[in-house]
Design a protein around this ligand. Structure first.
Ligand code: HEC
Ligand code: HEC
Length: 603
């Protein structure tokens, strides 16, 4: 009996232990099944990197074996298409490095220490394969590919120790949608092989896969698949209807992803650092940029009183010795803050050259000021205007004393800076800058067209936009939607370009304008004739055009680009960063392009 009881107890014990073991085991397996978001991203990305690396070795081998050029081209294109599917993560987590992976094939110029770093990565390899592959360049090309492999290996090993949370993934996906819109379908990314539309498709497939890590969502599936089938049906780069694609496909995808963030992802990690904007494509197009992002310090941040005060000072002739000029003498609001003159009457803003007065609208949304980029922040230069004999010709001290005589201004200063008990030179510059930073209204017909569910544009204007952002390549420098040189989606760098603006409006044997642009400030050959890319918003009102006011009409500007810039009109300019060939625009295309430019006027 006792024995029987013991046996029974044993059975019971064995049963319990087995149950416990089964429970443990199942817990372990469910644990291993529910990988974190970060792990899932790591797996997808690093597996793809392995594929990329092995395919790059194949490409190298094929080049070594002198394979047919078609095969080499196909190897290359497939490789970059694969890269596109993981680009959001690499661009997001390795911002500093991506220039070397798929940045433009132009040198990286570090003005701080005068270094000119040669470009590397896919676009350099693309250039070799499409334009310059022969026995003597073969070894350089092989080195470039090897370097890309090294960079990808670096990305892989670092990614394994990095955390990519849901909110970071969400932001990375939205960035990728902005990248497709501004750098992808515009041709910025694939300037020679013109594979942009296929690459956009690969990007979208990548976005779909990454979005699944955040959760399955029917709307996202539906929208992405419909965008992909649109791309399948419309594969001609020149005739691609970008306006329709952005409005009917890219923005809805971005919205669907945004909804995912509102409903499911409660991720406390959302970093609260200052960003130029937050949200998706719709927010990006709405012009809700945080201009504080473009200021040097927290004390420089804007507020409504600063803007009001800055506006007063902008029009205040008390700032000049003669009490006759103000900022608005040259930056007139009715001309979108320009003066209608070929060049300003004097040397201004501490510059040594007489130049055309640019608009100050949207100047708050760029990371460098002036045609030669000699200032980073708006605050930097206003002091020069004040001291300069050709301009206000007053010391900041005198200006301050004059301003203090005005009770209203004195009161506004104390409201704008409640912690300060006297007016400093910096405060004067900061309030004027705050006013300039408020001059980015995004209230043009173009902005309405993007925001509306209907078409506000007529057919010619839509065609003009499609040419601007496609065949004519304008949007590869004047980036949508600010239309200046500030590069999306991070907006932390503004570009200059060498386009070869002539001294006179001549169309043959022209001579380059003697103003050397950025070279005047940093004596680096790579900066010779480089000028900051200005916005083309409000271009209807800002004639004459270019740093020297050489062109009086938009027809002339379009003709200049149509002919291939400086090189196309006979200027010997090896370093021109604008494509040399004619754009082959028809007369109607030129007219439509101009019609589009006229939609950029703020109402
Ligand atoms: C005599 C005419 C004149 C006056 C007065 C003047 N400016 Fe300018 N401004 C110019 C010219 C010309 C340039 C381009 C200079 C260059 O790039 O070298 C310019 C450039 C600028 C820029 C850079 C814009 C860009 O996109 O790069 C800003 C900002 C600016 N001015 C603000 C001001 C403010 C603020 C005042 C008053 C404190 C002022 N200006 C007074 C003629 C003037
Ligand atoms: C390679 C880069 C690049 C491309 C491509 C490009 N631009 Fe420009 N654009 C610039 C730069 C840089 C300037 C300023 C040049 C200067 O003042 O010397 C400029 C100036 C302009 C101006 C004059 C702005 C002003 O306020 O004076 C207009 C208008 C313009 N571009 C329109 C276009 C159009 C239209 C296209 C397409 C046909 C185009 N751009 C393509 C870089 C580019």
């Amino acid at each position: 009996m006792a024995l029987f009881l013991l046996a029974n107890k044993m059975k019971y014990l064995i049963f319990t232990i087995t149950c416990f073991l089964i429970f443990l085991l199942s817990e372990c397996t469910t644990f291993s099944k529910s990988k974190s978001v970060s792990e899932k991203i790591q797996i997808k990305t690093t597996e793809t990197i392995d594929t990329l690396i092995s395919n790059l070795y194949t490409l190298k081998n094929n080049i070594k074996k002198n394979e047919k050029i078609e095969i080499i081209k196909a190897n290359f294109l497939n490789n970059r298409i694969t890269y596109k599917s993981i680009e959001p993560i690499i661009e997001y987590q390795f911002q500093g490095l991506t220039k070397r992976i798929n940045g433009p094939a132009l040198p990286d110029i570090k003005t701080e220490d005068g270094q000119v770093l040669p470009p590397h990565g896919y676009q350099v390899i693309e250039q070799y394969i499409w334009t310059d592959l022969n026995d003597s360049t073969k070894s350089e090309l092989m080195n470039e590919i090897e370097l890309l492999i090294t960079d990808l290996k670096f990305v892989k090993s670092n990614l394994l120790v990095m955390e990519t949370t849901s909110s970071k993934l969400m932001e990375a996906i939205q960035h990728q949608l902005i990248r497709i819109t501004t750098l992808g379908i515009t041709g910025f990314d694939s300037p020679i092989a013109f594979n942009s539309l296929k690459e956009a498709k690969a990007s979208l497939i990548g976005i779909l896969e990454f979005s699944k890590i955040l959760g399955n969502n029917k709307e996202i599936d539906l929208q992405i698949n419909s965008a992909i089938s649109y791309l399948n049906k419309n594969s001609n780069f020149d005739s691609f209807d970008r306006m329709n694609f952005i409005k009917s496909h890219l923005i809805p995808i971005s919205e669907a992803i945004n909804l995912l963030s509102n409903s499911k992802i409660v991720d406390q990690d959302t970093i609260k650092t200052l960003k130029p904007f937050s949200g998706g494509l719709k927010e990006f197009f709405s012009g809700k940029f945080d201009s504080n992002y473009f200021t040097p310090y927290a004390i420089s941040y804007s507020n409504p009183i600063k803007i009001k005060l800055g506006e007063k000072l902008f029009y205040d002739t008390n700032l000049s010795k003669t009490q006759k000029i103000s900022c608005a003498t040259c930056h007139k609001p009715e001309l979108a803050f320009t003066d209608g003159k070929k060049i300003a009457s004097d040397f201004v803003h501490g510059g040594k050259l007489k130049r055309n007065t640019p608009s100050v609208m949207y100047a708050g949304l760029q990371n460098s000021q002036f045609y030669d980029m000699r200032s980073i922040y708006l605050e930097d230069q206003i002091e020069q205007v004040m001291k300069n004999p050709g301009e206000f010709n007053l010391t900041a001290e005198t200006i301050k004393n004059r301003l203090l005589n005005n009770k209203e201004i004195k009161k506004l200063f104390s409201e704008a800076f409640p912690d300060q008990d006297s007016i400093s030179n910096y405060m004067i510059r900061n309030v004027i800058s705050s006013y300039i930073r408020s001059l980015s209204p995004f209230k043009s017909k173009f902005d309405q067209q993007i925001a509306s569910s209907k078409n506000i544009f007529d057919e010619a204007e839509i065609n003009g936009f499609n040419i601007f952002s496609g065949k004519a390549k304008c949007a590869t420098c004047h980036f949508i939607p600010i239309f200046n040189g500030t590069i999306p989606p991070w907006l932390n760098k503004s570009e200059s370009e060498i386009i070869g603006v002539p001294q006179k409006a001549e169309w043959k044997n022209a001579k380059i304008d003697p103003d050397k642009g950025r070279y005047e400030i940093n004596k680096l050959d790579a900066l010779m004739f480089a000028f900051k890319t200005p916005t083309v918003r409000n271009i209807e009102k800002t004639a004459p055009y270019m740093h020297n006011g050489v062109y009086n009409t938009l027809e002339e500007v379009i003709k200049f680009y149509h002919l291939g810039g400086g090189k196309g009109i006979g200027i010997d300019l090896e370093s021109q960063s604008l494509p040399f060939d004619s754009l082959s625009l028809t007369e109607k295309e030129k007219i439509d392009l101009k019609k589009f430019l006229l939609t950029l006027t703020d109402q």
